[in-house]
Design a protein. Structure first.
Length: 272
């Protein structure tokens, strides 16, 4: 546990880590509040997670972010799981409670918090995708008390598994465009820069100005889904919001302070 030295140490583990904006966000936050702390990037290959966790336990590291592909494997090396990390089934945040390492998950807050103020009217939501981000998204959507949550995925069995685990309903991939939704959340890799950039995960014929579209993909910012949603008059929300809000929640856990969302968003957008 961190007890010596005036400067606290935080960081992120993942592999690869080249593009991470977490150091930018947290180091800026420490500066804003005059907190003597530093946040570093620690690229960690999958077979090095055990030794990293040994280091976390023995060195004065106050907290860490955990990203792909370690969100499941770190769970083998912690002492306590928060309720939400247990429900999501993954850990993206480590911190100390006394002499115990706690594993938490702030990804769900990254989905729910940007929607909280704008989506009190949402009765029917569609989540597209059934991978790791989808688990956090379902937990986040459920925390907003949305009555009807549907999930659709190219591989139907994965959607069915999540639907039965979380008590939501499945829609066939081929039928996802057949009805109106108040909220659509994309958690697939479709629209991401690279080979999937031009592919829209949704068929938008039945959506209109009463639909909110939240694309968790943030590279590029203006995905093909966001562009088409805008053309249909939908309210749109960019994937950067998920990154921002999961990071703000981590900062709150580690420091007890609330980052200014407007300024933090500006910082990230300037970087992107
Ligand atoms: P993942 O576990 O690998 O899941 C990928 C999902 O994309 C699966 O549902 C997969 O469907 C679907 N998919 C991939 N290629 C497809 C295709 N050609 N056609 C239809 N569906 C396809 O990945 P993840 O961790 O959930 O991340 C998914 C996306 O979320 C990422 O691309 C990333 O952009 C975004 N994300 C954003 C943030 C943020 O902070 N904004 C955080 C995490 C993730 P199958 O099951 O059929 O393969």
């Amino acid at each position: 546990m961190n007890t010596f030295g005036p400067e606290k140490l935080y960081g992120i583990i993942g592999h690869p880590l080249g593009h991470t904006m977490s150091p930018l966000l947290h180091n800026w936050g420490f500066g804003e509040f005059g907190i003597p702390a530093v946040y570093m990037a620690w690229p960690t290959e999958p077979d090095k997670v055990a030794s990293f966790m040994q280091t976390f336990r023995n060195l004065p590291i106050s907290g860490a972010s955990v990203t792909i592909p370690h969100k499941l494997s770190v769970m083998n090396y912690i002492d306590q799981l928060t309720e939400r990390a247990e429900a999501v089934g993954a850990v993206n945040t480590l911190y100390w409670r006394g002499d115990k390492i706690v594993g938490d998950n702030t990804d769900a807050a990254g989905v729910s918090e940007p929607l909280r103020s704008c989506c009190s009217q949402v009765e029917k939501a569609l989540l597209i995708g059934a991978g790791g981000a989808a688990r956090a998204a379902i937990f986040g959507l459920k925390s907003l008390d949305i009555k009807n949550i549907y999930i659709t995925n190219r591989t139907r069995s994965k959607a069915d598994d999540l639907a039965s685990e979380f008590g939501i309903s499945t829609i066939d991939w081929e039928d996802r465009g057949d009805q109106h939704f108040d909220l659509i959340v994309n958690s697939t890799a479709l629209g991401m820069s690279g080979k999937n950039e031009k592919i829209n995960p949704m068929i938008m014929d039945h959506q209109d100005s009463k639909t909110t579209v939240y694309d968790l993909v943030y590279n590029p910012m203006e995905t093909v889904l966001i562009k088409e949603a805008r053309a249909k008059g939908c309210r749109v929300m960019h994937g950067i919001e998920m990154f921002l809000h999961q990071g703000m929640e981590q900062f709150r856990i580690w420091t007890g302070k609330d980052l200014d969302a407007l300024k933090a968003r500006e910082l990230l957008l300037a970087h992107l």
